[in-house]
Ligand binder design. Structure first.
Ligand SMILES: Nc1ncnc2c1ncn2[C@@H]1O[C@H](COP(=O)(O)OP(=O)(O)OP(=O)(O)O)[C@@H](O)[C@H]1O
Ligand SMILES: [Mg+2]
Length: 255
């Protein structure tokens, strides 16, 4: 579980996060939604320890990050997996080497232990025979699965995914969403996913926080997001033509 208490983050004079508080439970897919520029990536990078908040605290299973020594911080960081916006694979490394990278960075495992673990997670994401391919030889959906395998290879307690299905067709996007949700449940991970995809909201939005201009404007679940009368949320939810049509359909049914 991650508890976020009143975090603020500015870059120079620009206030980006303006006092966000919430909790993210383990074994759940927690979503952060909001328009482009609302602060989702800055928020996720702050949770990952890449940015230090100017104010407020982040508590990881009872441990306040700011109380930790440098060694303890890097130990905690080794328990975090990250799927970056756009996969961020190393182009010149094979898929297996990409996945192995966190094990080399953070563990002292033997070669065969590492290889076994890489085999296991590649199988888990249905890429059991892609070890020797280069990322450039893989489709967008495969690259996302490699990024997920790399994020979970060191058995993280926390998994952060920034727009994990952007650029994918709707069917492949759903496969990726479901994979992240299954892994979250299977390994009891605290997972936080940035998205602006309403399909993801409906499929895996067990807990959702909605950011607007650096504030948490609303929080809830996919069960109640369609019932809220918060205008910022409804603007966002019904911004796509598809959802406008769905809303119209419901309204017509009610008449
Ligand atoms: N390192 C930085 N230095 C200065 N400003 C930054 C930095 N990173 C982000 N910002 C600014 O913070 C704001 C929020 O950016 P952020 O990337 O978090 O948005 P986002 O919600 O992830 O958008 P998108 O949906 O497009 O990915 C933007 O105005 C951006 O220009
Ligand atoms: Mg972003």
């Amino acid at each position: 579980m991650i508890e976020v208490n009143d975090i603020h983050k500015s870059f120079g004079d620009a206030k980006i996060l303006k006092g966000i508080s919430t909790t993210f439970e383990k074994g759940k897919t927690n979503l952060v939604i909001g328009q482009s520029g609302s602060g989702k990536t800055v928020f996720l990078k702050t949770l990952l320890g890449l940015y230090t908040p100017d104010q407020g605290s982040i508590i990881y299973d009872g441990t306040d990050y700011s109380d930790l020594s440098t060694d303890e911080k890097s130990n905690l960081r080794s328990k975090m997996g990250m799927v970056f916006q756009g996969s961020a694979l190393f182009d010149s490394m094979s898929i297996a080497e990409n996945v192995k990278f966190p094990l080399r960075m953070f563990t002292k495992q033997s070669k065969s232990e590492m290889n076994d673990r890489v085999d296991l997670v590649l199988k888990r994401v249905n890429l059991g025979d892609a070890h020797n391919k280069l990322p450039s030889e893989a489709s967008g959906g495969m690259q996302k699965r490699v990024a997920i395998a790399r994020a979970i290879v060191n058995q993280p307690k926390y998994l952060f995914c920034d727009e994990p299905n952007s650029g994918l067709d709707p069917k492949t996007a759903t496969v990726i969403d479901n994979l992240i949700q299954e892994i979250t449940h299977e390994y009891d991970i605290t997972t936080i996913i940035n998205t602006h995809d309403m399909n993801s909201v409906m499929e895996i939005g067990q807990k959702i926080i909605f950011l607007k201009d650096g504030f948490k404007e609303w929080e809830g679940s996919n069960k109640n997001i369609f019932k809220t009368d918060n205008e910022a949320v409804t603007d966002f939810v019904y911004s796509s033509d598809l959802f406008k049509r769905v809303q119209k359909m419901y309204l017509e049914e009610d008449q």
